[in-house]
Design a protein around this ligand. Sequence first.
Ligand SMILES: O=C(O)c1ccccc1NCC(=O)[C@H](O)[C@H](O)COP(=O)(O)O
Length: 262
Amino acid sequence: MNILDKIIADKHKEVELKKSLIPVSQLESSVLFEKKCTSLAENIRNGSGIIAEHKRRSPSKSVINQGLNVQDVAAGYEMAGVSGISVLTDGKYFGGSLEDLLFARASVNIPILRKEFMIDPYQVIEAKAYGADAILLIAAVLSEKQLNYLADTAKELGMDVLLEVHNQDELQKSLEVKADMIGVNNRNLKTFEVSIDNSKILADKIPDRFVKVSESGISNTAAIADLKGYGYQGFLVGENFMKTDDPGSAAKKFITELKSIV
Ligand SMILES: O=C(O)c1ccccc1NCC(=O)[C@H](O)[C@H](O)COP(=O)(O)O
């Protein structure tokens, strides 16, 4: 079993438990469930394009930064001028939680992506109830039917969908899904190998109706200038900001430098 298989096996157990404890009707009665979402895709098109991630730890890097307050991180990112914030809500492998999403929501007005291993529409409803504007779907772990069903659920709730692929087969089964953004993950989630070239290889196979997002392993502005040449407008950056004492300041410096070179 690779790490992705383990995460998904655990996720099935977690979601079944949650469904038995908190009914959908309770999620739907959340005040945030009524909140109108802000489009992450639109913000990417009209802004810096940076989606900055709140990421305490990960299977590939172990601990990145456990000592920060999610509200401070989110507020710092917003001040820095990012287009959106990605909040990891998986507890076991990333040290995140739905409370992180809630606290981030309370701190900022810009779009928030719930970064989670989505396998069930229950989690999409949960994302909306905790204030997310967008969800992530990972093609590597979902069938075409599941992708369609989960994306349709998100769209019905007014959320944007970032559909993540790592190779051409995953991209192929994603093309008819009602996603707003296609994200190419530069990290192979089974081996953890990272290569920005992955985004370059898949770039011209992604139709223009999708906002193109490059994800993972982005550690300098030159990489972004390069990826923009391949049509990418969105850039998901986690560790590069989170490994510092002040991720908001790191993002601000990064965006200022980016503006001076592109
Ligand atoms: O980051 C990991 O180790 C990882 C392992 C298994 C599944 C998913 C994983 N990461 C999720 C992500 O996609 C990244 O957190 C995100 O793209 C930011 O990446 P980075 O800038 O390299 O922190």
